[in-house]
Ligand binder design. Structure first.
Ligand SMILES: Nc1nc2c(ncn2[C@@H]2O[C@H](COP(=O)(O)OP(=O)(O)O)[C@@H](O)[C@H]2O)c(=O)[nH]1
Ligand SMILES: [Mg+2]
Length: 188
């Protein structure tokens, strides 16, 4: 049974135990909430057409692990103070969280930005278990991924092995992510 646990705005509100955590990070509107719902096979996270809705660190219980949904980074329409506050929340979690074991960066494969690129560089330098989910593949032709994977790997300066192409909305290839999470938990 997968459940929403709580939202936190600061470190003192995090959960204090030894349970392993996996986090989702990405720009707002790339489909983080939709993917959480696809993984959970139920609607436990609010999705939105309006970017910038998740402005807290959200904790979900997935049984063997906790899944953490971080605020979206690089959203232009929130004011400067709010942006700073969100970036601090993200960094605080990524840098300080002892429970954190793997980071899944979610990108919209149709719109890769400089912020995605610099975030990938940061995450790669800091985490052995860093993967890049290329979401919204349903918007492209079937051959898109195969035709562009080398270009995307070059863009991120990473190995192709880090990529997980899927569609959260249409539940396409979400099993690739499930498999990767199982593998990570087993190899720990
Ligand atoms: N076409 C398509 N749209 C998606 C996909 N995943 C999410 N979306 C849409 O993108 C928008 C933002 O999704 P949401 O999950 O709220 O993004 P978040 O801000 O990253 O949590 C919503 O309109 C979703 O329906 C996908 O795989 N394909
Ligand atoms: Mg969301």
């Amino acid at each position: 049974m997968v459940t929403f646990i709580k939202s936190a705005s600061k470190e003192s509100e995090w959960i204090n135990d030894d349970k392993i955590e996996i986090c989702f990070i990405g720009r707002s509107n790339v489909g983080k909430s939709t993917l959480i719902n696809a993984l959970a096979k139920q609607k436990i996270s609010r999705t939105s057409n309006t970017p910038g809705r998740t402005q807290l660190v959200n904790f979900f219980d997935f049984g063997k692990y906790r899944l953490i949904d971080l605020p979206g980074y690089g959203y232009a329409k929130v004011n400067k103070d709010k942006k700073e506050e969100l970036n601090i929340m993200i960094e605080e979690y990524l840098v300080n969280r002892k429970n954190l074991y793997a980071v899944f960066q979610i990108c919209d494969c149709n719109v890769l930005t400089d912020r995605d690129q610099s975030m990938a560089r940061f995450l790669k330098s800091k985490f052995n278990n860093h993967y890049i989910i290329l979401n919204k593949i349903d918007k492209q032709s079937k051959s898109f991924y195969d035709n562009n994977i080398n270009k995307i790997a070059k863009y991120f300066n990473t190995s192709k092995d880090l990529f997980i192409p899927l569609s959260a909305k249409k539940s396409l290839q979400v099993n690739l992510l499930e498999k990767k999470i199982d593998e990570i938990l087993k190899n720990r």
